[in-house]
Ligand binder design. Structure first.
Ligand code: COA
Ligand code: AMP
Length: 639
């Protein structure tokens, strides 16, 4: 007899339109769809074509109308400011409608873009929902990026208005947002017409002539109702690292996103309306978009917006306090958070200070979940620890152990199996075969690809860049979306994610491009050539390491240049890059055709056995690299 998971997977694969139409019944539509799946223009597929809907209505208003206005919608827990605030669904509707009125007053119309540059405060969620309410397209930018990154996003999205806060708080450091924003706007050719600034008590920003004070603007604004938009209209753009320094604008639609996220809450996470769900991430990342703001609210849960770190605010018991105090049923975070906690409190003694027995399941994603950390969390918390795999582009899990469909046995190191709706294949190039690809048998590692069409909720395209969408994701294997991850499926059908096939790295669950960092290093006047590789790190999973070759005539040495390199990456990309280590080498190892052997250098740094590539130009360079890396302490630990 097949399991409920297998039956659901089969149904979604053989009758996707019937399956998703049924899931769509959980959503309130202004107008129902003409077609569940519009496949008239492949490889561009659109879900719920012809339907009209409003995401904010589904996330907020309908719960109030259903009599749940007093239920907490959002709990802001902020150890860095020593404050806690609860917004009921009624409060959230009131604030969202008013902020929508502020945007209207600034002539923001359906389809206009609004940039949101805010820390983890409730107003950030209000900002996203207010945009959705009037059909404006938001683009949230993470606070840990530098002004240049913000400028690139302003230039590409061309926002009419910016919604910002005066500062973020990085435990002991106040990050002033206004100077970064001013610098970014000065760098960008596009100029937003106004900024609405939330002044936080920790720092007051000086307002310019185009700036409005958030509270004054709210007090003067009229509440505005939800505006129906096309299900296929964009809800947001979220920029994510690509293989160059230029980020990709991932587009999310309204209808498919609503249906997929609502379905995922019950079936992937096993959570019911009214329960408390906590994604310990940041609204600047996709996890924050999907599982701090949209999914829990669409599903009628209470979401926790946590402003702080897992350790040091005040100590490694912060997560246990939040879970027990707010009665959290499901926690979703990145493995790095648990590595940080485990490092501070290896025996888990601080757990006993609180009673986190309300927690049913811990979900991990964003980077590889190392078995040691998973085992530690299982032992200490006594709940299932579910690794699941997805990416900014998909917006929700591609592979998971769907606890709502009946949990499968856990295998450490695997995010289990494809989530219903996804058709995951392991491919390699085969020029002789139709479509130029062949599927690999169990146990063999290849490119992980998803058969088209992707399910609802996944990106329909890149912002104003259909060609880039096809080039980046659809051109490698005909009929498939290539995820950029490599891995294999075992004999039991469990998926294993092994590495990226491109130059993206994952630092503390944050996705970064080493290519982007190389562009910055190459701009330094003494650097002739460089390579950035992601090396293993016991806390952050990976951290970047730079290797630079200086110009022959460079009069200055490593001691002077390396701190400058660290600083320019911090200034141009942002502190979140965690770029702290670089070394000067005489030359970089290359193939005879001039390709830098980054993979080989990474293996040397990680202390992993490697074979000298047959195509190498001069094998002696590898000894030099080993020596240099040895001098700066690599390998740092056993991988
Ligand atoms: N605004 C400004 N600066 C920020 C920032 C923000 N929103 N977020 C991070 N930074 C800064 C940090 O202060 C740090 O600066 P520093 O070099 O001066 O110390 C730098 O960027 C690197 O940040 P991070 O990699 O997060 O390191 P950390 O030491 O501050 O914290 C962890 C490490 C593991 C505790 C933290 O990354 C964490 O809790 N991660 C798990 C949850 C998560 O956010 N996952 C991501 C998506 S699921
Ligand atoms: P992001 O778009 O920032 O969410 O990063 C997505 C990438 O993170 C994926 O393509 C993977 O490389 C990696 N990733 C996310 N979740 C997992 C996981 N559970 N296991 C291994 N890698 C993961």
């Amino acid at each position: 007899m097949s399991t409920r998971y297998e039956q659901t997977l089969h149904r979604a694969r053989t009758d996707p339109e019937g399956f998703w139409a049924e899931a769509a019944e959980a959503i309130s539509w202004h107008r129902r769809w003409d077609r569940v799946l519009d496949d008239s223009n492949p490889p561009f597929y659109r879900w719920f074509a012809g339907a009209e809907v409003n995401t904010c209505y589904n996330a907020v208003d309908r719960h109030v109308e259903a009599g749940r206005g007093d239920q907490p919608a959002l709990i802001h827990d902020s150890p860095v400011t020593g404050t806690k605030r609860i917004l009921s669904y009624s409060d959230l509707r009131e604030q969202t409608a008013r902020l929508a009125g502020v945007l209207r007053g600034l002539h923001v119309e359906t389809g206009d873009r609004v940039l949101i540059y805010m820390p983890m405060v409730p107003e950030a969620a209000v900002a996203m929902l207010a945009c959705a309410r009037i059909g404006a397209i938001h683009s949230v930018v993470f606070g840990g990026f530098a002004a240049g990154e913000l400028a690139t996003r302003i230039e590409d999205a061309r926002p009419k208005v910016v919604l910002a806060a005066s500062c973020g708080i990085e435990t002991a450091r106040i990050v002033e947002y206004k100077p970064l924003l001013d610098e970014a706007i000065a760098m960008s050719a596009h100029k937003p017409v106004a900024t609405v600034m939330l002044q936080r008590p920790q720092h007051t920003a000086e307002l310019g002539s185009d700036d409005r004070d958030w509270h004054d603007a709210m007090a003067a604004a009229e509440a505005v109702d939800c505006v129906p938009v096309q299900a296929t209209d964009p809800l947001y753009i979220l920029y994510t690292s690509g293989t160059t320094g230029v980020p990709k604008g991932v587009v999310r639609d309204n209808g498919g996103h609503l249906v997929a996220l609502d379905w995922s809450m019950g079936n992937v996470y096993g959570v019911s309306p009214g329960e408390v769900y906590w994604a310990a991430s940041d609204i600047g990342w996709v996890v924050g978009h999907s599982y701090i703001v949209y999914a829990p609210l669409i599903h009628g849960c209470t979401t926790v917006l946590y402003e702080g770190k897992p350790v040091g605010t005040p100590d490694a018991s912060a997560f246990w306090r939040v879970i027990s105090e707010h009665n959290v049923s499901a926690l979703f975070t990145a493995p790095t958070a648990f590595r940080a906690i485990k490092r501070e409190d290896p025996r888990g003694e601080l757990i006993g200070k609180f009673d986190p027995s309300c927690l049913r399941t811990l979900f991990l994603a964003g980077e590889r979940a190392d078995p040691d950390t998973v085992q530690w969390a299982e032992d200490k918390l006594g709940v299932p620890v579910i690794d699941h795999w997805w990416q900014t582009e998909t917006g929700w899990a591609i592979a998971a152990n769907c606890v709502g469909l009946g949990a499968l046995p856990v295998k450490h190191g695997s995010p289990t199996k494809a989530v219903p709706g996804y058709d995951v294949r392991i491919l390699e190039h085969d020029d002789g075969a139709a479509g130029g690809s062949r599927e690999l048998p169990p146990g063999e590692t290849g490119a992980i690809a998803l058969r088209l069409p992707l399910p609802p909720g996944c990106l329909p395209t890149l912002w104003k860049n259909d060609d880039g969408y096809v080039d980046s994701y659809l051109s490698e294997f005909e009929g498939y979306y290539q995820t950029g991850d490599a891995g294999y499926v075992d004999q039991d059908g469990y998926l294993y994610i092994m590495s990226r096939t491109d130059d993206l790295i994952n630092v503390a669950g944050h996705r970064l491009s080493t290519g982007g960092m190389e562009e910055i290093l190459a701009s330094h006047r003494d650097v002739a050539e460089c390579a950035v590789i992601g090396v293993a790190d016991s806390l952050k999973g990976q951290v970047p390491l730079g290797l630079v070759v200086l110009y022959a005539g460079s009069a200055r040495g490593e001691a002077e240049i390396v701190p400058e390199l660290v600083q320019i990456v911090r200034d141009q990309l942002g502190p979140v890059a965690s770029f702290k280590v670089a070394a000067v080498v005489d030359r970089l190892p290359k193939t005879r055709s001039g390709k830098v052997l980054r993979g080989t250098m990474r293996r040397i740094a990680d202390g992993v056995p490697y074979t000298v590539p047959a195509t190498i130009d001069d094998p002696a360079i590898l000894d030099e690299i080993e020596q240099t890396l040895g001098q700066i302490g690599y390998p740092r630990h056993s991988p």
